[in-house]
Write a protein that binds this ligand. Structure first.
Ligand SMILES: *[C@@H]1O[C@H](CO)[C@@H](O)[C@H](O)[C@H]1NC(C)=O
Ligand SMILES: *[C@@H]1O[C@H](CO)[C@@H](O)[C@H](O)[C@H]1NC(C)=O
Ligand SMILES: CC(=O)N[C@H]1CO[C@H](CO)[C@@H](O)[C@@H]1O
Length: 492
């Protein structure tokens, strides 16, 4: 039996590393020949211990590399890229050591695990060079959906093949005919990285690198994006493996980040007391927070809508969008006077939310979300409709995809955008209230469609489901590559 070792290089950020570790678990569960070493790319202030404790298998190990000081004057993405670039040599040394250690320990030649390849996070593509140094294949782990992947390749084609200046799309009302999407995509749904000259080069370099790999593992499932996946299978890019929805559904408040168990119990108890599908849940992800002026508009929208609510309200850091939000010591500091008293019977304001447990709760009837891909998949999994309020990265496209393409959500503001370079105008209470009312109206086709998708989402990873089969194919492909020493064959 040939044992095969894979090296995973995830980005240590919510939505990336958790999914990567879940993927690692799925792979080793499926094939006892596989073992995986996870080497996260992380910021100095990030603790990977939060992610290692949940891994039961001796065939997954973590290596925590030291990282350089973070220079806060740098753009966070630039810092990150420099850091990944600078980590290449130490990753190479680390992997060399692993290989030589395992060959000296094992007695029998056939027991030596062979290096099967690198599975590299969608933003850590510099590590493909290290895989190349070892002469092993690399695979991308793309933690977003097929629609984003398709858009990325389309944008790179526009730039590289058609000589288009992508920065012209900033503030433009152009619409783009992206292959694999039925509706024209408004320029306002593009990720900001395509608008800004310095970030554009980085984005293009990253996407070009995807083309050099042996496969792109995508966190989606074929029933969610059939048309997009078909269009991506045109042979112009490496094979795409839809293996999702990869979620961490363990729940019980153990979502890997700060979790206060008293708050958790109280929240779940309160939800237990609410009628089915009656509560709006508002939560904007690990980077999502709003300034006080915007918080007040949300508060009055909630009050005016009359719906029950659970609101994960987070305090913006001093340098918004470069550091994570924190919890308010007293949320009254941000809320309108008397809001908590007036809404005490119908709502709760909390800090960091145990999102999976909340979405899984039958009282939840709608989710006001930033449309991070992981949150989007969780919401579909539990059949909770989304009111889309995207903030950054590819969230505007996810929101467009969910609301316009798939008809699974409604709009709060599809072209909202906030990052280091954009300070968005305030979304007023009446717009938010309209979105919430429409979200909580369960009379139309949307809920039926969503329930169907929720069912597909559960089935995809069950024995015989579409993603289950794809994972089998992927493992076969990895094993074939090892057998043939990197010569390209596609078995699926
Ligand atoms: C998804 O995001 C939520 C909230 O940001 C986080 O609690 C959870 O761990 C993430 N799950 C995955 C699989 O990344
Ligand atoms: C809220 O904003 C919308 C634009 O998004 C505008 O049309 C509307 O008049 C505003 N409503 C109020 C009450 O300010
Ligand atoms: C659940 C868990 O292990 N949380 C830890 C995450 O990392 C921070 C920072 O190191 C710790 O303080 C938490 O205890």
């Amino acid at each position: 039996m040939t044992k095969v070792e894979l090296i995973f290089i995830p980005l240590a950020a919510a939505g990336h590393i958790v999914s990567a570790v879940e993927l690692a678990k799925l792979l080793i569960d499926r094939d006892e020949r596989l073992s995986i070493t996870v080497i996260p790319m992380k910021f100095p202030f990030f603790s990977i211990s939060n992610f290692t404790h949940s891994v039961p298998s001796s065939r997954i190990r973590f290596i925590d590399l030291p990282v350089d000081e973070f220079d806060p004057s740098l753009d966070i993405r630039k810092y990150f890229n420099i850091m990944v670039e600078n980590s290449k040599h130490v990753v190479k040394e680390t992997v060399s050591k692993l290989i030589s250690q395992s060959s000296s320990q094992d007695q029998q030649e056939e027991d030596f695990p062979k290096l099967g390849g690198f599975v590299v996070d969608m933003v850590c593509t510099a590590m493909i060079d290290v895989a190349n140094d070892f002469g092993v294949p690399s695979y991308i782990f793309f933690a977003s959906g097929a629609a984003s992947l398709g858009l990325f390749f389309y944008m790179q084609d526009l730039h590289d093949e058609q000589g288009k200046d992508l920065t012209e799309f900033e503030n433009s009302d152009a619409e783009l005919a992206v292959p694999g999407l039925v509706n024209p995509v408004p320029a306002s749904a593009l990720p900001s990285s395509f608008f800004q000259k310095d970030r554009l080069q980085l984005a293009l370099t990253t996407i070009r690198k995807y083309r050099e790999t042996k496969g792109i593992i995508v966190n989606t499932f074929s029933q969610l994006e059939p048309y997009t996946l078909k269009s991506l299978a045109d042979g112009r890019i490496p094979p795409v493996y839809p293996v999702g929805p990869i979620l961490n559904l363990k729940g019980n408040g153990q979502d890997g980040l700060n979790n206060n168990s008293i708050m958790f119990k109280e929240t779940m108890q309160w939800l237990d007391e609410q009628p089915p599908s009656s509560v709006v849940f508002l939560c904007f992800g690990s980077m999502g927070s709003f300034d006080v002026e915007q918080v007040r508009e949300i508060a009055s929208a909630l009050e005016n809508s009359g719906h029950r609510f659970l609101w994960s309200l987070r305090k913006p850091p001093p340098q918004d969008m470069t550091e994570s939000p924190t919890d308010y010591s007293d949320p009254r500091d941000a809320l309108p006077d008397g809001f908590l008293d007036r809404t005490a019977d119908v709502g709760r304001v909390i800090g960091w939310a145990p999102q999976v447990d909340v979405l899984a709760h039958p009282s939840i009837g709608g989710f006001v979300s930033h449309c991070g891909w992981n949150s989007t998949l969780e919401s579909i999994r539990f059949g909770v409709p989304i009111a889309a309020w995207p903030i950054y990265a590819e969230q505007q496209l996810n929101a467009f995809h969910l609301v316009v393409e798939l008809g699974l959500g409604v709009e709060i503001k599809l072209d909202y955008r906030k990052d280091q370079h954009y300070k968005p105008p305030i979304v007023n209470a009446s717009d938010i209230e309209r979105g919430i009312r429409s979200l909580m109206d369960r009379s139309g086709e949307r809920i039926k469609l969503l329930n169907k998708m929720s069912k597909y989402s559960k089935e995809a990873l069950e024995d015989g489901g579409s993603s289950y089969k794809t994972i089998g194919c992927l493992i076969e492909e990895i094993m074939d590559q090892v057998r043939r020493n990197g010569e390209f064959v596609s078995s699926c």
